[in-house]
Design a protein around this ligand. Sequence first.
Ligand code: NAD
Length: 347
Amino acid sequence: MIDKNQFRDHEHLSYFHDKKSGLKAFIAVHDTTLGPAAGGCRMWPYDSEMDALSDALRLSRGMSYKNAMAGLPLGGGKAVIIGNSKTDKSEELFRALGRAVESLGGLYITAEDVGMTVQDMMIIATETKYVAGLPQGDHASGDPSPFTATGIYNGIKAAVKYKLGLDSLKGLSIAVQGVGHVGRYLCQYLHNDGVKLLVSDIVQENLDYAVTHFGATIVAPDEILSVKADVLSPCALGAILNDDTIPNLNVSIIAGGANNQLASDYHGVRLMDRGILFAPDYVINAGGIINVSGETTGDYDVNWVNKKVDDIYHTLMHIFERAEQEQRPTNMVADEMAEEIIAKAAK
Ligand code: NAD
């Protein structure tokens, strides 16, 4: 029933159907070698249950890699609710999901993801203690965006050092696609360092803020992926690095926070062939999960979080060095390094 490629080393898979609320959800636990499986809960109007299952399997494995590379005591898991986040939400639905998470007894810790809001997570939390990333409560860690942005800033510095041999970002031009939560904090860091910012967004208010506060130059959404700059920092959408966009890129580094920037793994090869250094997204954007992880340990310590976010610089340096030595794309090297960390801990 399940394609062998998708069901790869997964430890556990549950399907929950609650007739009363209409809940239909999968929870996939990929690996718990490093700790309980953590990963967001996504609500999406999947065309079929098989599509939802595939997403849960793929995303839970991605979370194992992300948590491993961030050096966290967490495994990888994911919940997906089949439904339209605009029309199908109800308190009963989220309570049922909360009971589903609780029934796994801590094997899986959930958090907010696409289609979900903090309010939804708070309803889930009325039925289970295995929720992270809440705005209030004993160990609540709050908005993860500033930590994500700090990690991306560290990652950009690592990529600039590796590719351009520079210790400072001063005078460089950086194109930022999306100046929302993460992009705005990132632009503040880059502006403080004397970077010339080129920004794109589809919300005028966000652009106005970047112009007023960071002296940014606005670039049209359909030009940001071909604009000439030293670095491109995608902070909006996934799958933007694809057959159509890669030939037109006019940068030597891609380092940004958006999830799943490569349309497929193979596009990492295309970037390597073009001599463009790619900072694997799940490594550079781990600041948010690092912050949430501080919450799951039950003893939130901002110094521990900051140290882990700083480590993103060194982790990326290792990836860049190994990728060059082995003449392989950085995304594939990162996956392999994550698998090695998990395999070593399993011994
Ligand atoms: P956000 O919604 O606050 O910001 C995204 C911005 O991109 C918005 O301002 C939006 O208007 C803009 N945008 C949308 N389509 C665009 C387009 N075609 N061209 C240019 N801009 C466009 O989201 P966020 O929290 O800042 O997250 C940004 C990305 O980083 C997402 O891919 C998210 O999954 C990822 N991410 C976020 C965090 C976090 O801590 N928030 C952590 C890890 C990964």
